[in-house]
Design a protein around this ligand. Structure first.
Ligand code: SF4
Length: 356
């Protein structure tokens, strides 16, 4: 292969990170390159973490020198990285090609590393306690912009962890951008790529019932987390306005069907807001919901957001709620805050699920 034999691109080169292996095979074939070169490129980028084509030494020199003309290997610029005082949590701010910014968060626990990734710039759903909801929706992310967040965080952590989890729980409602989200999951799953198993991926939703049903049909087998946050429709209408369209009963039915289809228990995320949804009656109702389906409950004491009046409950109130819930619900975890204000930047306020 020489530069002269590469069929030139007619427009800007598409991002490597938005292409499944199959699509990359077709892409290089379209430029007169044998499809097996795509397999080699996938291994270099995702397994050996080499993104400079000149370093892909089993590709012909001429191809290495010209491939950037048909495939863009660049990641978005990392505008900033913030580290929590304990060093276990990092927030990454990425500047995308059009200047939009998205945030991703990595969190290390003794057991694993978890990457929380964004699916939209802003969010249309306007949950009343959420910093991202205040922005409104700017645009959906494309698959390559989602995969790029994982690559950026993996690079930062030196790819030393052979096991890491991904949660679609950053900025935006992932199921409102289902096509790009599922495309990115397929790319991350690829056994010749990052080979990220379905058990290590969780998609969170505030409750888009038709898209939950669609996700179940796609047979991706990823975990589902429901951002519940309230036990009555009256309160949930206020906290998570999409509840007016798909109220709690419909949401729990969809979650139960998802669990049956995929064979995995669903996580019920419950952000505890002081004096709002942390009563013993709330705990009792939440326990009843949790018993209706294979599930676990993840309690997240609220991280205050500047400009919003919601309060974090006291440690005693969190403990009392968890203790009331624990014997009645099948499984309960309490998210102990890591990174304080860093979590507050994550779309769903720290609703990460490293146990997922
Ligand atoms: S909590 Fe999630 S769905 Fe709700 S406004 Fe924030 S980013 Fe959107």
């Amino acid at each position: 292969m020489t530069p002269a034999s590469l069929v030139p691109a007619t427009g800007p080169a598409p991002s490597f990170f938005g292409m499944s292996r199959d699509r990359l095979r077709r892409h290089v074939l379209g430029h007169g390159v044998p499809a097996f070169r795509a397999e080699q490129m996938y291994a270099w980028v995702y397994q050996k973490h080499v993104r400079d084509p000149l370093g892909m030494t089993n590709l012909p020199r001429g191809f290495r020198e010209s491939v950037s003309g048909i495939c863009d290997f660049a990641l978005p610029e990392t505008a900033s990285v913030h580290k929590s005082p304990d060093g276990n949590t990092h927030k990454f701010v990425l500047r995308l090609a059009d200047g939009a910014r998205v945030e991703s968060v990595s969190m290390r626990t003794p057991r694993r590393l978890t990457f929380c990734i964004s699916s939209q710039v802003g969010c249309a759903l306007k949950c009343s306690f959420c910093a991202t909801g205040l922005m409104g929706l700017k645009r959906n992310l494309r698959a390559h912009e989602i995969v790029a967040q994982v690559m950026t965080m993996g690079d930062h952590h030196g790819w030393r962890d052979d096991r890491f989890n991904i949660v679609y729980m950053g900025m935006g409602e992932p199921l409102a951008n289902l096509a790009a989200v599922t495309e990115s999951i397929r790319i991350l799953h690829d056994e010749r790529g990052l080979n990220l198993g379905a058990r290590r991926v969780t998609v969170s939703t505030s409750g888009l019932v038709p898209q939950i049903e669609e996700l179940a049909k796609l047979d991706l087998q990823v975990g589902l987390a429901i951002s519940l946050h309230a036990t009555t429709d009256e309160l949930r209408d206020e906290l998570v306005p999409v509840n007016k369209r798909w109220p709690i009963r419909m949401l729990l039915d969809a979650a139960r069907d998802y669990s049956r289809t995929v064979g995995r228990r669903v996580t019920l995320e419950y952000t505890l807001l002081g004096g709002v949804n942390d009563s013993m009656e709330d705990a009792d109702r939440l326990a009843e919901f949790a018993r209706e389906l294979p599930s676990k409950v993840n309690l997240i004491p609220y991280n205050p957001v500047p400009g919003l009046d919601w309060k974090r409950p006291s440690p005693a109130a969190v403990e009392a709620f968890a203790e009331r819930l624990y014997p009645r619900a099948p499984a309960v975890t309490v998210r102990h805050t890591q990174g304080g204000e860093i979590w507050a930047a994550c779309g769903q306020l720290g609703g990460l699920t490293p146990e997922a």
